[in-house]
Design a protein around this ligand. Structure first.
Ligand SMILES: [Zn+2]
Ligand SMILES: [Zn+2]
Length: 724
């Protein structure tokens, strides 16, 4: 007997090993094995078993051991991994690696210690001296839940750890350090929730999902109650003994989202989010594999979760760019979900208020079923959107319209969210005398000025520099700050409204002062009047007291050299506008723009997705862009500008010759939009074809006949999402 083994070396091939007779009966496909490789032992997965003896004259090395008897991959998951590898022209081992948490393969994950809170037996709150009303309520909740992990309880009950310490001092609670059990969910208690009543549109959507013949594109405005539909569709699958995977974009994998699933399905849920320790990740993965957790909620890698008897895969906010992995293997989790659904016979739901044009097109072609939920659940109304032209008249960071609206909210003690998608104080700094931009020496991009620590930062390589005293080109000493950054907007806002309580949320403030959850928690509890933030605040947040959303620079992302720029702008503006007026209070939205006639801004303001999609598709068809073809982007990077350019041109010519007579177009080699990053010069070429298989096989062909030198970094990105 012989085995083909995938070893994690990114060599893009399988290795043959002989199976010793004592292992023959125990060996199965998908197991983790250890095998001799060179002078050491390597780990790899059994991909194929064959009973034929090896070809004569070939002496195969033997499989050394089976590391784990239970296979890590079911045959169907292996089939999926093979298909993803073939489609994205990625080594199979890289797909297998992406499908497993690193902690699972390392096997060195130990359960960690954490603080556990329990009510003290036999103590009554009356004996504990004076308690505040809130302390008493919290104590009662802990009793009701029977205790739990401190961090989990604090989150569930919306309080800080110090409250539990106070109750400990009062002798009502005991707090002790314990090893987390193998399943953290069993330690984390949630107040259970029951299904909410559905409106007619939601109920109809649920029926269509349950009876689907093809993947369902669930098109519903923000606030239309898609999550409740997912929850009830999952409950139906669980009743039939089948499991479910729910994918959410990383940025909306917040405690709010996780709690909803955990409250509904309790111990049956495994939550795979980035805050998990290695030990927890290890535990969660094994709970899923053992079938104890039947519902998995997580980011894009959750699409590979080893859920047995899979009934349903939900991809929430399916248009989100974070579903595309930007490193090997460059897969799109939405497309993998659809593929897995067809391999495993599972239902698939892609949900969005602003579907990607790829999915919209698939629905129009009948490849997906289109199911619409047209209005907000719970009767909330869509907000009024004002588009304010700031190119003339209303100059400045804040227009009069927006200032008046903010003042009104402060008067009424309602809250406002302001949105500006640019970190730092200003986009760039240029010499006031000669106009030379101050650039990062390692990247071809201007530095952004960060005022808090008074330094220049490069948003490409993360590098920083001191403010220069004089211009490196002409020696003049004054500089202009161009392009509004969020820190400057925050400063200006504080000047306009000195008594308002203002919170800023962007990746700089999050890493420095408070965590993402802390900032949102403070805002949710009404400890601030205005939240100003970058795209971090655009998604999924639900604050009933927010009645105003302002976008400071609605057309900012339109100028990017990317054929999806308009689509992204439309999606972002629609998401942002969806934050206003989600409960009883009516909402108001202000888009500030330099060009109110831009289609993406105009139609996002009126909420006309279908009209936007039709206009955009017409242009994409004319220009021959996706979804009318598949586009693979090849990026070549080298420390030497000649090497990068030379190889890009050579590949472009050879591939153009290959494409002759085939249904495929090869673009010219061009410097990338970010022409230099972290010292690497970058060139690109785009390949287009209606048949994706043609692109990946063309790429495999050129790589094998003209293998690139080691000094060249090459990325082949099928269905590329980042064109920079
Ligand atoms: Zn100068
Ligand atoms: Zn840089």
């Amino acid at each position: 007997m012989t085995a083909k083994v995938a070893i994690d070396l990114a060599l893009d091939r399988l290795f043959d090993y002989a199976v010793p007779p004592e292992l023959e009966k125990k060996l199965s496909v998908g197991q983790l094995l250890s095998v001799p490789f060179g002078h050491r032992l390597a780990r790899g997965f059994a991909m194929e078993l064959s009973c034929e003896p090896p070809k004569e004259g070939i002496a195969l090395k033997c499989v050394a051991a089976i590391e784990e008897p239970t296979p890590f991959f079911t045959p169907k998951l292996l089939e999926l991994a093979r298909a993803v590898a073939a489609y994205s022209a990625a080594p199979l081992e890289s797909v297998l690696k992406a499908a497993l948490p690193a902690a699972v393969v390392r096997r060195n994950a130990r359960p960690k210690e954490a603080l556990f809170v329990e009510p003290c037996a036999g103590r009554k709150p009356e004996e504990a001296g004076r308690l505040t009303k809130r302390q008493r309520w919290l104590y009662e909740q802990v009793v009701r839940l029977g205790g739990g992990w401190l961090a989990g309880l604090a989150q569930e009950l919306g309080c800080t750890a110090s409250v539990f310490r106070a109750l400990e001092r009062a002798g009502l609670l005991s707090i002790s350090s314990r090893a987390m059990r193998r399943d953290p969910m069993a330690g984390r208690r949630y107040l259970p929730s029951s299904p909410l009543p559905l409106n007619d549109a939601q109920a109809a959507a649920l029926e269509r999902i349950s009876a689907q013949k093809a993947p369902v594109l669930l098109f519903g405005v923000t606030g239309s109650g898609k999550t409740e539909v997912y929850l009830q569709a999952i409950a139906r699958e669980l009743e039939r003994g089948r499991g479910a995977i729910v994918m959410v974009p990383e940025i909306s994998l917040t405690p709010q989202t996780m709690r909803r699933f955990a409250q509904r399905f309790g111990d049956k849920v495994a939550l795979l989010h980035s805050a998990l320790s290695d030990g927890e990740r290890y535990d969660e993965w094994h709970r899923i594999r053992r079938g104890e957790a039947r519902v998995v909620v997580g980011p894009r890698s959750a699409v590979f979760a080893p859920v047995g008897n899979l009934g349903l895969i939900v991809v929430d906010e399916e248009h989100e760019p974070s579903y595309k992995q930007e490193e090997l293997p460059r897969y799109h989790a939405r497309d993998v979900a659809v593929l897995r659904g067809s391999i495993e016979g599972a239902k698939v739901v892609l949900g969005s208020a602003t579907p990607s044009l790829e999915s919209w097109m698939n629905a129009r072609r009948g490849k997906y079923e289109l199911v619409e939920i047209g209005r907000r659940a719970g009767g909330g109304t869509m907000p009024n959107v004002a588009v304010v032209d700031v190119s003339q008249g209303e100059r400045g960071i804040f227009s009069r319209t927006l200032l008046d609206s903010i003042a009104l909210r402060l008067d009424r003690r309602e809250q406002a969210i302001l949105f500006l998608n640019r970190r730092g104080y200003s986009r760039s700094m240029t010499c006031a005398s000669c106009g030379a931009p101050v650039e990062c020496p390692k990247c071809s991009t201007p530095y952004a000025y960060h005022r808090a620590d008074s330094c220049l930062r490069c948003h490409i390589c993360g590098g920083w520099a001191e403010l220069p005293a004089k211009c490196p080109r002409c020696g003049a000493g004054t500089f202009d700050f161009e392009g509004l950054g969020i820190q400057r907007a925050e400063d200006a806002l504080r000047k306009c409204f000195p008594s308002a309580r203002i919170l800023r949320m962007d990746s700089d403030s999050v890493s420095r002062r408070h965590s993402h959850d802390e900032i949102l928690g403070m805002f949710g509890r009404g400890e601030a009047d205005i939240l100003i933030g970058t795209q971090m605040i655009a998604k999924g947040l639900d604050f009933p007291n927010v009645t105003l959303v302002g976008v400071l620079n609605a057309d900012a992302s339109l100028n990017q050299p990317d054929f999806r720029a308009a689509e992204r702008t439309f999606q972002l503006l629609s998401q942002v506008a969806g934050r206003a007026g989600r409960a009883e209070l009516p909402g108001e939205v202000v888009f500030q723009t330099r060009d109110p006639s831009v289609r993406a801004v105009r139609l996002a303001a009126t909420g006309e997705y279908a009209a936007f999609a039709e206009g955009e598709l017409k242009e994409r068809r004319e220009w021959g862009f996706p979804p009318f073809c598949h586009l693979a982007l090849v990026t070549l990077a080298s420390k030497s500008p000649q090497t990068a350019a030379g190889w890009a041109e050579m590949y472009s010519k050879s591939l153009a010759a290959y494409a002759r007579g085939r249904d495929m177009k090869v673009g010219e080699a061009v410097p990338a939009a970010i022409g230099k990053a972290d010292g690497w010069y970058r060139w690109q070429l785009a390949l287009r074809s209606p048949r994706p298989g043609l692109l990946s096989s063309a790429w495999r062909w050129i790589r094998s006949c003209r293998p690139p030198p080691k000094a060249l970094r090459i990325a082949f990105d099928m269905d590329a999402h980042s064109m920079m």
